[in-house]
Each structure stands twice: as C-alpha cells, then as structure tokens.
Design a protein around this ligand. Structure first.
Ligand code: FES
Length: 271
C-alpha cells in the first residue's frame, strides 16, 4: 500500500494572527529584543571607542598600583605602557593592542549560542519573539557563509580559557602595590570580580558542558566527566544571566581602569 506523505508548509514571513496580523500577542513581546539591541549596541560602541583609544589602559608603579584593562590584556605591542606587557611583544606600528586582543573574546561572544539567539531576534527579527511572524521570508540556517562561521564557537571557547587565565593573572597582580607591598584596593576587587565572572560565563558555556558530558554512551564508564558535567549543569542553566553580567562588568572594569589611569578617579586602598 502506498504511503501518503503530507507536509505542512512553513511560511516564515507569514502571519501569526490572521491575514496581515504579525501576532495575536497582547503582551510587550517587543521589550526583550529592544533591550537586547540597546545593550549590545551600547557595548559595541563603547568597546570600539575604547579599543581605538590606545591610552589610559594601565595604572602603574607611579601611583603604586598594577591594574590593566581587560580590553588591553595581554598587552603585546612594542609601544605598550611599560609594566602592562607580559614580556613578549610584536612591533605593529601604532596599532592599538586592543584591536588584536578583542578578536578572541568578541569572537567567543559573537558565536555564543545564547547571544546568537538574542541578536538574531533583536537585530534580524528572525523571529522577533515566540508566536510573532519573522521579518524574513527565507531561512537558510547556519549552513552557509557567513553564518557557518558560528561553528567556530568551540575553538573560541578554548581561546577564551587562555584569556581568562591571563585576566586571573592580572587580578592576582592587582594585589601588588609597587613600593607599598601587598594589599587590596577597589581596583583589586574590580579585577577579581571581572575574572570570576568571565570564568563563570565560560564554564557555563554549552560547548563546555558538551565537552564534559557529551558524546558518551554512558556515564558509568566516565565518572570524572560525569562529575564535571554534574557540576557544570546548574551553572549552564544560568548562562544567560552570566552572559549579560560578565559583558556589562568587563566594560565597567575598563571604565574603572580608564578613570584611574587618566587621573579622574583615585583607586581607594581598602587595606
Ligand atoms: S554557548 Fe554561550 S559561551 Fe558557549
């Protein structure tokens, strides 16, 4: 007997509430995409401005501090402020080191599964929200250039771990107050919180969770991976919160170091 095949055509740009009606939703469904768009746009504008500044990213021994902005760490070009480098440098003319550094953390965020969902909704309206019509009539997924590049996320994850380690090193160095000894300032706390949030964001990553517990037929033969997977799963549930908190805090950390480095603010010594 022949099997009758039936399929329902999905019209992406179609209506959800009847002819000419994009949705029947009466709530403020548009609020989330608008907030997402505003915060991401503000971050992109600020980080681009900060990356091109190429100054006020390090607070050094002249004020008994060792604070470097996360946007400029590790400082790798020959003209980096003395003390902010990690010992090996490239001669790249007057190019801002942040332009090289930010490729990796921004690549990590840009390809993040959560951010992808957010900016597809906020910027492309694809779809803007649940039960709201797409702004586009076609959808090819992430199978073609440039969106196929989103598959690089797992590699950016590893690069992110290297940057987290470097920022942790910076946070430890911030306990050092050249000429005064060891202590804690507001800057130390800011750099420590920043590094902790970035670790939490990375460890809550879906690729990280898959790395620990994915691609296994059973957990019983992999007790260590099971333990990591169990540890990371609750963190993974907070990935959205960590994505926003760490994004905003990393920008605030740059603002703080910038204000102290420019002399507009004094880094208060706690003890
Ligand atoms: S899924 Fe968001 S950082 Fe990996």
């Amino acid at each position: 007997m022949a099997v009758m095949e039936s399929s329902t055509k999905v019209v992406l740009g179609g209506t959800r509430g009847g002819p000419g009606v994009a949705t029947l939703r009466k709530d403020r469904w548009w609020l989330q995409p608008v907030v997402t768009m505003s915060v991401l746009t503000a971050f992109v504008i600020y980080s681009t401005w900060a990356a091109f500044q190429n100054r006020n990213y390090f607070v050094g021994a002249n004020v008994h501090r060792d604070l470097v902005s996360p946007f400029y760490s590790p400082c790798l070009t020959t003209h980096c402020v003395a003390g902010s480098t990690v010992g090996f440098v490239f001669g790249l003319g007057s190019l801002s080191p942040a332009l090289l550094i930010l490729i990796f953390p921004l690549g990590f965020r840009l390809t993040c599964y959560y951010y992808r969902r957010s900016y597809y909704r906020a910027f492309w309206w694809s779809p803007p929200s649940c039960a709201v019509a797409d702004a586009h009539v076609a959808y090819s997924g992430e199978t073609r250039f440039p969106l196929i590049m989103q598959n690089l996320h797992r590699y950016f994850f590893f690069a992110g771990l290297i940057f987290n380690s470097l920022l942790t090193y910076d946070a430890v160095r911030a306990f050092q107050q050249p000429g005064l000894g060891w202590g804690v300032t507001v800057g130390t706390v800011v750099l420590c919180v920043d590094a902790a949030l970035l670790w939490a964001y990375s460890l809550s990553c879906h690729a990280c969770r898959h790395l620990c517990g994915g691609n296994l037929k059973n957990f019983s033969e992999h007790p260590l991976r099971y333990r990591f997977w169990k540890l990371l799963t609750p963190l993974n549930a907070k990935h959205m919160n960590l994505a926003w908190t760490s994004l905003i805090f990393v920008a605030l950390t740059d603002v703080y170091v910038r204000l102290v480095a420019s002399g507009a603010l004094t880094d208060y010594k706690i003890f």
